[in-house]
Structure formats: C-alpha cells, structure tokens
Design a protein around this ligand. Sequence first.
Ligand code: NAP
Length: 248
Amino acid sequence: MKTLTGKVAVVTGASRGIGRAIAERLARDSASVIVNYAKSDGEAQVVVDAITLHGGKALALQADVGRLDDIRRLFRETVERLGRLDMLIANAGYAVFKPLADITEEDFDQTYALNAKGTFFCLQEALRHMADDGKIVCISTIGTELNVPGGSCYFSSKAAVEQFCRVLAREVAPRGITINVVSPGFTETQMLRANMGPDALRELVALTPLARLGQPDDIAEAIAFLVSPGARWITRQNIAVDGGIISR
Ligand code: NAP
C-alpha cells in the first residue's frame, strides 16, 4: 500500500538484517528511505539498489550512530537531500553475551556507546528536524524481560532505550509524534549467528511457541504497521515480536 507517499524515513543500521528488512518494507509503502550504515558501504548500496529496482526511493548515508557528530550529520544530510523527516527507526545495535564477571570496559563502552548513547542522541537530533505527526520506533529486545544469563550488559543498554521512549513519548505527544518500542525475539541475522551456535539455536526454537526463528521480515511488518496511519492511537508501547515467547 502507498500509505507513506511523500514521507521520509531514517532507518539506522540498515545495511543488513532487521534494518535492511525495515528499509525495504517502508519503501514498499512508498516512503523515501535513508539506509544508514557505519562500515558496510557495499551492503548498503545493495539495499538501495534493491529498493530502486522495485520503483522505490532510497539513499545510503554512512554515519556511525554511536558518535554525536555523525548523528548530527546524518539528520542534517537527510533533510538537505530529501527535504524533510517523518520517521526514525532506531535499529542499529550491538550485542555482547558474556557473564557479567567477564565483561570488559571495552565491551561495556562499545555496547552503551551505540545502544544507549547513540539511540538517545538519534532521538534528540531526529526530533529537531521531524515534522509534526512523525513516528518513531526504537528496537529493543525481549531480553530485557527474559533476563537470560550473559545478557547483563546488552539487555541493560536496551532497557535504557525502553526508558527513553516511555518518557519521550509524553514529551512529544503535543506535537502528534508517536514513539513505540519493538522488541524482537530470536531473529535470524548475522548478530544472532555471531552469538549462538547450532545447539543454542535449536534451544531458542524450542523456547518459541511458534516453533521457529524469527525472520527480519517478521519484525519489519510490525514496524510498517506502527508507522502507518492506522497506528495513530498507539504510543508509549513496547511490543514483543517474538513468536509468543513473552506475554505482556
Ligand atoms: P546485525 O545483523 O548485526 O546488523 C546490524 C546493522 O547495524 C548493520 O547494518 C550494521 O552495519 C549496522 N551498524 C552497526 N553498528 C553501527 C553504527 N555504529 N552505526 C550505524 N550502523 C551500525 O543486527 P540485527 O540482528 O539485524 O539487529 C538489529 C537490531 O535488532 C539491533 O538493535 C539488535 O539489538 C536488535 N535485536 C536483534 C535480535 C536478533 O535476534 N537478531 C533480537 C533482539 C533484538 P555496518 O556493518 O555498516 O556497521
């Protein structure tokens, strides 16, 4: 459906995985999409080419969204090149899985720089440019509720994101802007494969009532709904998209 005609979305971390699926899905609804990435120029261009091939509009913009200068440049260039900003999908994230006792200062700083600080300043900077009635979706994880061992650093950085959204949704409601969190379950991407071996993946499927791993498209569908006109009355929510693992 062409529900997002004339709207501009920034998707952070969109060169692969969940971010890529979101960028492609929003483009199918006729949004113009900024495909943000930090390092993977080639992969980001593949996403842009795939969108363009299907008649959509997309632009790859490199910016490390763990760095404030880059974040400012990302949103400035978005508006300079596409004329406006209507949606932010704060998706870029980094996960470390280790017992708390083994987490290094570098692990902690890397995780918090991107997930907590990066998301915070993406929200701040996006709101400086965003049109009234804009839509924001931040990506967390069901780990903030599951609390499985090894997730202390990663889950706590995402819990911060959930908290930003609970407060900010009230602050920006007078502008008609909605903010929601989507918390994916176990989703088949490079991040999951980097952290879990085949036995662990089988255990994750066994934990999932719908009995499979999630696919990036499963997550993108929920986001497409949350930024659509039909979701106008939904804000300050944290929606698990996880095949039924947690229940709120
Ligand atoms: P992924 O496969 O590792 O992809 C991460 C994406 O983020 C890539 O496009 C990467 O591009 C980009 N990125 C990384 N660091 C960046 C930075 N500093 N600035 C800008 N872009 C950056 O991850 P994913 O599994 O799709 O995860 C996406 C989100 O979902 C994350 O927030 C993650 O925490 C969350 N999540 C994932 C799962 C899961 O099971 N996969 C479950 C729950 C939540 P470059 O290579 O260019 O850096």
